[in-house]
Write a protein that binds this ligand. Structure first.
Ligand SMILES: Cc1cc2nc3c(=O)[nH]c(=O)nc-3n(C[C@H](O)[C@H](O)[C@H](O)COP(=O)(O)O)c2cc1C
Length: 245
């Protein structure tokens, strides 16, 4: 896709994924993801919104409900736009491949989107106190971005859903932070100024939003879980805007 825009007094043609405007009063990076030009600069003509990726894996819906609240929090901040994305299942049969577009729900995330996002929220169900294999598999496929240092300095946060309250949510959240730290990302937790952290009777941790789905995986997000996920989305978006100023 080729796009032309006027950045300051410069005519800039955008044919690739990442666009860097080199001008004294216009210091921006931008990208073309799903057809949106997203830039952050003082150049009002080029500004649309800063994409914040919300990438998650969810089979039963618990992690997805958190992702939706985080996305609402992101979208409530002017200048930011949440892009909800998922990752495919990992198959035990190595020949099996997923269709490029999932039959329903969020599209699969691409490395291009990760490269040009303003920030990342990453979510996984708790699996034996750790992230689910599809999320780890996706992260293991990001070495090209590690080599290019593309994610260095971008803010990130993590979230999870589990059956039980003491079933390893915090270790899962910490496990998800490790690869993001290797990428040089700046991790945002949830500060105790969020009242829900002290009140919650189920999920919600300083390490990231969480949901206790119950033994049958049917529990809805509690008010505190939803409020904390929303606040985490807002915090991530505000951090991204400040860092991209
Ligand atoms: C292989 C496997 C391991 C799991 N390990 C844990 C666990 O360690 N602690 C826990 O509370 N729940 C565990 N669960 C339950 C899931 O974390 C829980 O159902 C979660 O809400 C699923 O998220 P989802 O609805 O987004 O798919 C496990 C589930 C599976 C399939």
């Amino acid at each position: 896709m080729g796009v032309s825009t006027n950045a300051g007094n410069k005519q800039v043609s955008m044919n690739g994924v990442e666009v860097a405007f080199q001008s004294e009063n216009v210091g921006v990076t931008g990208c073309i993801g799903d057809g949106t030009i997203a830039v952050n600069s003082q150049n009002k003509e080029a500004i649309m919104s800063l994409p914040i990726l919300v990438v998650y894996y969810s089979l039963g819906g618990g992690t997805r409900h958190l992702a939706d609240e985080i996305a609402r929090g992101i979208d409530s901040i002017d200048g930011c736009e949440a892009w909800l994305r998922t990752v495919p299942k990992v198959s035990a049969v190595s020949e099996a491949t997923a269709p490029q577009i999932p039959p329903q729900g969020a599209p699969y995330v691409t490395l291009d989107e990760l490269q040009c996002c303003g920030a990342l929220a990453l979510g996984s169900p708790t699996r034996f106190g750790n992230m689910a294999a599809p999320v780890k598999y996706f992260l293991d496929g990001t070495s090209s971005l590690w080599l290019s240092g593309s994610l260095i300095g971008k803010p990130a946060c993590v979230f999870t859903s589990s059956n039980t309250q003491h079933g390893g949510q915090e270790s899962t959240l910490l496990s998800m932070m490790l690869p993001l730290l290797h990428h040089g990302m700046l991790l945002c937790g949830i500060p105790f100024s969020e009242a829900g952290l002290a009140h919650t009777q189920s999920g919600g941790t300083p390490y990231g939003a969480s949901h206790v789905a119950g033994a049958d995986n049917q529990a809805k997000l509690s008010r505190d879980e939803a409020a904390l996920a929303f606040a985490q989305g807002q915090r991530l978006a505000k951090s991204a805007l400040k860092l991209n100023r």
